[in-house]
Write a protein that binds this ligand. Structure first.
Ligand code: AVJ
Length: 313
């Protein structure tokens, strides 16, 4: 496939995700579409916000327990990172792994993946970097990798974006990829609702801009007619799913054109754009168990807000 053909397919996938999502009784668009170039920039800004604690809490755990986590992964481990992005968190672990052998970042963005592979490879000269271009939300086979005990790394509480069924499928696939090795997974914990909602509706309005950027993207790429000032960002707690949800709420009753079709909104109707599940240890353990893992370790930050779980087959 040429770059042009890849682009077209991607645009078509965006279009059909939006059109089918807006056709449902509870309108909903998968959260992966929040991350265009602007969306990724805004998410980076979110990770530096006072109200958004998960990134800092997880970094604290990785720094404080790096040696212990590295020991858990095993000496000379082959580290696979799912959705590596810039690979900033893996760097902490690689530094702590005594005999780093192989780092296999997995990402869907070829440009990002190449830059990360080059940067990490340059920083750790003895390390064998084996980038894997794949969409980790779908089933894929791990390519041939050098021998050694394998460990999967999935930080950032990204697992929170998956529902229970998807998370179990993901964890099972991960177990297959590491050939019954280890997994290290960052998970945001269930806590006071006010703290959770503030993290997804920050005082500076960056999360609101991040969410509303999806409508700007639809307007630009799918010839949409969303009036951005007439939709409001909202963070909601869903107790049944134990999740913070992001919504875009229509302030008026109106019809919005997208890709040549009309979608009706009543005032107060929303588009659900993301769920971030928040776990208790027992909830996560039961889920990991169903996927064939045993919860072996739990590292937490001093504020008890976030956990990094160590799983073994
Ligand atoms: C990167 C998907 C884990 O759900 O906390 C941050 C994304 N959304 N603020 C999360 C996000 C709104 C983030 N994840």
């Amino acid at each position: 496939m040429t770059d042009g053909e890849v682009r077209t397919r991607w645009d078509e996938a965006f279009c059909s995700a939006v059109v089918s999502g807006l056709s449902r009784p509870q309108k909903s668009i998968p959260c992966c579409w929040l991350y265009d170039e602007r969306g990724s920039e805004l998410f980076e800004a979110i990770t530096r916000l006072h109200d958004y604690y998960p990134t800092r809490a997880e970094a604290e755990i990785l720094w404080r327990h790096a040696r212990d986590i590295a020991d858990f992964c095993g000496e000379g481990a082959v580290l696979l990172e799912y959705g590596a992005g810039a690979g900033v968190k893996a760097e902490i672990l690689i530094e702590a792994l005594r005999a780093p052998r192989v780092y296999a970042p997995i990402d869907i963005e070829a440009g990002v993946l190449g830059r990360t592979a080059r940067r990490i490879g340059g920083r750790f000269p003895g390390l064998d970097v084996q980038p894997i271009l794949a969409d980790f939300t779908r089933d894929f086979d791990a390519p041939e990798l050098p021998q050694g005990p394998r460990a999967a790394f999935f930080p950032g509480s990204t697992i929170g974006n998956l529902n229970r069924r998807e998370a179990i499928a993901f964890l099972s696939r991960m177990r297959r990829h590491v050939q019954n090795g280890k997994a290290v997974i960052g998970v945001d914990l269930k806590k006071d609702r006010r703290i959770l909602l503030d993290a997804y509706d920050d005082g500076e309005g960056v999360t609101a801009a991040f969410n509303l950027n999806l409508l700007a993207r639809i307007n630009r790429e799918l010839d949409g007619g969303f009036p951005l000032s007439r939709f409001a960002h909202e963070a909601r707690w869903n107790e049944a799913d134990s999740a913070v949800e992001m919504h875009l709420v229509s302030l008026d009753s109106r019809e919005v054109a997208v890709a040549g079709r009309l979608f009706p909104f009543k005032a107060g109707d929303s588009i659900h754009t993301e769920s971030s599940r928040k776990y208790e240890l027992a909830m996560f353990e039961a889920m990991a168990d169903e996927a064939g893992w045993r919860l072996a370790r739990a590292w937490r930050d001093r504020g008890d807000r976030f956990a990094v779980f160590g799983l073994e087959a």
